[in-house]
Design a protein around this ligand. Structure first.
Ligand code: PLP
Length: 362
């Protein structure tokens, strides 16, 4: 069997070593005669897994002691509800501020409107979200309970290269499509959340990091299983959690540690993205859609000057084992999602294909 290079935006490829490890342990975990997927979330075997996952996250991401690590049901978009439910009541005005850098930020701001008032601090909608808008932190209404940003914009291929210093207003970041792809100073954030399925594991759960002074503001109507405090107090095991997803994340984190950690991975991610952007910039056949100063190193978006060739481009690529390159309809064109698990060789294979395709269709 030959595994493809999966450029899909999510669920995304996982390291082959991780898939093999999970396969080898699937029927018989540590010789217990049963698999992780079929044993209790309160077993000592699973306890060891979730503890080790916390430890690896703490080490790899540099999570300070005053942050809680939560594994929350419902993926990234459930956090668009959980964040306002838990935080919008921090100040009596019940305001939340947003920087609108793409569809995910827009959705999050719409969801927060159910519980208070969403304020738009800045937006890049005027140019179809192809950049991160500049703004002065003094523009943030001090009555805001928090400021929400999307750190990497999966659809549009942009990312925040630097994060705003928001002072007393906690910064909340949706890092679904880049968590652990770059070094961060966790102290800059009040809350970081990430759906697992892009860089961390399978779909359906979100990893949430929250500074512990922010755990006390949930609205009274917050469902128990969306209340961060429930998760913090019961080690994310108030009910049956998705044990298999947490186990898979542990394997991904072990793999990341073996690769040399986040710093190593960031350098590799930059090199991978550079291969693709250099190829795009050297040709008139391919056109990058994100403004160069705001480009993502996780999602590389581009169009073909001859747009009518797009289907052929995507289909031929797929026939060569370069899977799921079609862009999101909001941007058109193609998108190569190159998360941590995409090897350099995958990006090189794509560049080789792009050059070949250009030559035969110029
Ligand atoms: C994929 C993605 C989401 C949506 O994730 P779900 O788990 O499907 O809800 C939200 N935000 C960002 C930045 C994403 O990339």
């Amino acid at each position: 069997m030959k595994r493809v290079y999966n450029f899909g935006a999510g669920p995304a490829m996982l390291p082959t070593e991780v898939m093999e490890k999970a396969q080898a342990e699937f029927l018989n975990y540590q010789d217990m005669g049963a698999g992780i997927i079929e044993i209790s979330h309160r077993s000592k075997e699973f306890d060891a897994i979730i503890d080790r996952t916390d430890e690896l996250l703490t080490e790899l991401a540099g999570i300070p002691d005053n942050y809680k690590i939560l594994y929350v049901h419902g993926g990234a978009q459930m956090q668009f509800s959980a964040v306002p439910l838990n935080l919008i009541n921090r100040l009596p005005a019940r305001k939340a501020s947003f920087v609108l850098t793409g569809n995910w930020a827009v959705k999050a701001s719409e969801e927060a409107e159910r519980y208070g008032t969403s304020l738009n601090i800045a937006s890049s909608k005027d140019q179809n979200f192809n950049y991160i808008p500049d703004f002065d932190v003094s523009q943030i209404d001090p009555e805001s309970s928090y400021l929400h940003i999307t750190s990497n914009n999966t659809l549009f291929g942009t990312r925040w290269h630097q994060f705003p210093k928001t002072g007393d207003v906690p910064l909340v970041a949706d890092m679904t499509s880049e968590f652990l792809s770059r070094k961060l100073n966790i102290n800059d954030f009040g809350v970081i959340f990430a759906g697992l399925q892009k860089n961390l594991g399978p779909a359906g759960l979100a990893l949430v990091l929250i500074r512990d002074d922010l755990l006390d503001y949930a609205l009274p109507e917050t469902p128990g299983l969306l209340n961060y405090k429930t998760y913090a107090e019961q080690h994310s095991l108030a009910n049956t959690n998705n044990t298999f997803a947490i186990y898979m994340m542990k394997l991904v984190l072990e793999w990341l540690k073996d690769q040399g950690g986040v710093e190593k991975m960031e350098a590799q991610n930059e090199a991978k993205a550079k291969l693709l952007y250099d190829c795009i910039d050297a040709s008139d056949f391919y056109l990058g859609t994100a403004q160069p100063a705001h480009r993502s190193i996780m999602n590389v978006t581009f169009t073909l000057a001859k747009d009518e060739l797009l289907d052929e481009f995507v289909n031929q690529a797929e026939a060569q084992g370069l899977y799921a390159l079609k862009g999101h309809r909001a941007v058109g064109g193609a998108r190569a999602s190159i998360y941590n698990a995409m090897p350099v060789a995958g990006c090189q294979a794509l560049v080789d294909f792009m050059k070949e395709f250009e030559k035969s269709h110029a």
